[in-house]
Design a protein around this ligand. Sequence first.
Ligand SMILES: CC(C)(COP(=O)(O)OP(=O)(O)OC[C@H]1O[C@@H](n2cnc3c(N)ncnc32)[C@H](O)[C@@H]1OP(=O)(O)O)[C@@H](O)C(=O)NCCC(=O)NCCS
Length: 170
Amino acid sequence: MLNSEPNHQPKIRIREMTIDDLPHVYHIGENIFTAEYSSTLYRTWDEYEITTLFNSDNELCLVAELNDQIAGFALGTTVDKHHSAWKYGYLVWLGVRKDVQMHNIGERLFREIKRRMREQGARIIIIDTDAENRAAINFFKKHGFGNVEKHVYMSMNLDKTKKPPGKRNG
Ligand SMILES: CC(C)(COP(=O)(O)OP(=O)(O)OC[C@H]1O[C@@H](n2cnc3c(N)ncnc32)[C@H](O)[C@@H]1OP(=O)(O)O)[C@@H](O)C(=O)NCCC(=O)NCCS
């Protein structure tokens, strides 16, 4: 918990994620990226998300420590697009423990991952989130994101046992 006394500055430290942090990061994410959060996103929070990003670009896997406990994380990667001179930084997951949100931890994580992405040659950062996620949308707008692109997700049921209405067996 955070000390709510006036003028008390919480001690936040941002550092690279290590293998020992993986379970902590996973459990924090489980509480934030619930089924409700990702119902319309094609990505779901699972252990493979963390390990894949950690193995591919561990300089862009950061954690925030508050009083020596993991309070949040930022997991990203960079993307080189074919036929484009532009390298993108993709901030895939940014999460802060619910009990310590709104204390600049997200901001500190974002600033550091932005610095690292720039250092790696990225010229644009992209994020994606649900259209109803006000906290994230406000957060990213506050940090200079614009050009909101609407995206449509479509789905098709591949369950072959279901037959179209009106069709008989044989
Ligand atoms: C988005 C998130 C990472 C922000 O982290 P945080 O540490 O709480 O954010 P900070 O304290 O650094 O910044 C606060 C700013 O974020 C925005 N914000 C955060 N929570 C908000 C909320 N519940 N409602 C509205 N705006 C919110 C505001 O812009 C706020 O600034 P303001 O107080 O000047 O309006 C955090 O809310 C979170 O983990 N959300 C769930 C996961 C998620 O949606 N991740 C982003 C997509 S991957």
